[in-house]
Structures are given as C-alpha cells and as structure tokens.
Design a protein around this ligand. Structure first.
Ligand SMILES: *[C@@H]1O[C@H](CO)[C@@H](O)[C@H](O)[C@H]1NC(C)=O
Ligand SMILES: *[C@@H]1O[C@H](CO)[C@@H](O)[C@H](O)[C@H]1NC(C)=O
Length: 298
C-alpha cells in the first residue's frame, strides 16, 4: 500500500509542478516578448523600466495598458522611438487590442501589423512611414475601429480594404501622399471621423462620403465634388485654361458684332417704315384700284 501512495503523491506533485511551470513559461513569454520588442527599437531610453525582473502589469511599465492582468494595449506615443517593430513579439501578446506608436521616428514600409488580426485601434500618425500599402492589407483586421496613418509619407492609392472595414469609426489619412481616386466607403454610417486632407487625391469624391464637409478633403488639388464647390465637369475645362480663355474672348467679340448688327438692322427697318408710310399714303388708292381691277378682270 505504501509504495502506491508514495507514487500517487509523486505523480500529483509532478503534475502541479509542470502546470505551474507552464504558467510561469506563459507569463515569461509575454514578459520576454515585450523585452524582445524593446530590443528591436533604437532610442528606447523611454522604456528603461521595461525590466526582466518585474511584471509589466504589476509594475506598470511605461506605455503598457493592462486589464485583468493581461496586456491589452501598447501606447507608446511621443517616446522618440525608432528602429524596427518586432511583429512576432507583438503576436505573443494574445490580449493586445490597441496599439499606438504616434509621434515617434519609425520609418520604411508599413510593418506587418495585419498579422495582429484582433486589433481595434492602430495609431501610426506623425512618423516617417513611407511607400505603398497593399490594397488588401487591412482585410485580415476586421475588428479595426480607429486607423490613424496621418502625417507620414505614404504613397500610392488608398487601400481598398480600409474602406470595407465593417466597424470603422475613425479614419485619418491626412498629410500623406496618397494619390488616385478615393475608393467608395462600404459602410459610411459607422464612420464618425474622416480626414483625407492634404494628399494628392484626384477625381470625384464618391457619394458615400456625402456627410463629410470640405474639411475632410481640403488640400487635394485634383479632387472635385459638391463638398469642395468644384464641379467635376468644369475640372476638365480648368485643366485646359488657354482654349477656354480664347473661347470666352471669341464669344464676347461675336456678342459685340451681334449687338451692332441688331442696331443697324433696327435703323434700316425704321427707315424703310418711315419711307413706306409716306410713299404708301400717296399710292394707297391707286393700289386698291389696281387690285380691284385685277379681281374684276378674272
Ligand atoms: C512629439 O513627441 C515629442 C517628444 O518625443 C514632443 O516633444 C512633441 O511635443 C510631440 N509632438 C506632438 C505633435 O505631439
Ligand atoms: C468650407 O465650407 C464652409 C461652409 O460650407 C465655408 O464657409 C468655408 O469657406 C469652406 N472652406 C474652404 C477652404 O473652402
């Protein structure tokens, strides 16, 4: 009997030990993930309190948002950070929902944030990100509510997948170099805040944006539509200013000629009428007689 009991106790303690070990390993993974992320940054002085000997949620590391002991947000705005962003490390933060990297010095192509499919908020404003964003980049991020890419150096078309996000509330793309036509917004009713100003967008503003005022579109030379008080059919004429100006001169000239012609014509008609009334009075009777004569001869 005794050896059996000993074996059971041993097995149970082994089980608890391995369970606590795996728990420990999990929390270490999140902790390590953050340190791995930190090591991918340069100029990370602002993250000095990110330290392997403490816990991010208990010690409240700078920029870490926790809920129920889980890391739900990384708000690393205004930290002067640059370097690369370790997306694999971010993927280890299973509860991560909000990511703000506003006002840092990150540059280059947009990192693969689209591997973080549960994000609700992605704020990248005031960095130096550049290059084109693939059309389908955001299609794996259906939970996104706020997307701020403003004041970077992004080029190319506005990704189609941004405009089809089902829960989108805020879309800020101002101060980039986005070009081409604005794609139609799939669900305009959800969006409460939109800024596409100061880019290189062109063509007609789609009807789906009718509830947004001129402020959302200013600073795009090639854009036209009701909001901007710029008629899209006149945009074609405006782009060919010289022929339009000549046309105006010509029409003004012919208008002058017409007026002159009408004036002369009126004078001539008045003259004829004047002469006709005087000469006509004399001939009146004779004319009547001659008609009568002609009728009688028939
Ligand atoms: C950006 O961050 C710096 C500190 O890194 C701060 O001095 C500056 O005011 C911030 N700018 C904006 C626009 O928030
Ligand atoms: C934007 O629209 C408002 C109201 O319609 C108007 O008062 C304002 O002048 C417009 N701004 C520009 C820059 O066109």
């Amino acid at each position: 009997m005794a050896p059996v009991r000993i074996r059971t106790v041993f097995m149970l303690s082994l089980l608890t030990f391995s369970l606590s070990l795996s728990k420990l390993a999990f929390s270490l993974t999140e902790n390590e993930a953050l340190l791995k992320l930190k090591s991918s940054f340069t100029n990370a002085e602002a993250l000095d309190d990110w330290d392997s000997r403490s816990s991010p949620c208990v010690k409240r590391w700078a920029g870490i948002i926790c809920f129920g002991g889980l890391i739900t947000g990384l708000h690393l705005s205004d930290f002067g950070l640059s370097g690369t962003i370790d997306i694999e490390a971010l993927q280890q933060l299973r509860a991560l929902r909000t990511l703000s990297l506003k006002n840092n010095s990150f540059s280059g192509q947009i990192p693969a944030f689209n591997k973080l499919g549960a994000l609700k908020l992605l704020l990248l404003s005031h960095n130096k990100f550049s290059g084109q964003i693939p059309d389908d980049f955001f299609s794996s991020m259906a939970s996104l509510k706020k997307v701020w890419l403003s004041n970077n150096d992004f080029t190319g078309k506005i990704p189609l997948s941004l405009m089809t996000l089902p829960h989108l509330l805020e879309l800020h793309l101002e101060g980039n170099q986005f070009s081409g036509h604005i794609p139609t917004l799939r669900k305009p009713t959800t969006v409460t805040s939109l800024d596409l100003s100061h880019n290189k967008l062109e063509g007609e503003i789609p009807d789906s944006f009718s509830k947004f005022s001129n402020v959302s579109f200013l600073g795009n030379q090639g854009l036209c539509g009701k909001q901007l008080d710029r008629d899209c059919s006149s945009m074609v004429v405006e782009s060919l200013p010289q022929p339009a100006a000549e046309e105006k001169k010509e029409s003004a000239g012919s208008e002058g000629h017409t007026k002159l012609a009408i004036g002369i014509g009126a004078l001539v008609v008045m003259g004829i009428l004047f002469i006709a009334t005087f000469t006509g009075r004399r001939k009146d009777k004779g004319d009547d007689f001659s008609i009568l004569e002609k009728r009688n001869t028939r």
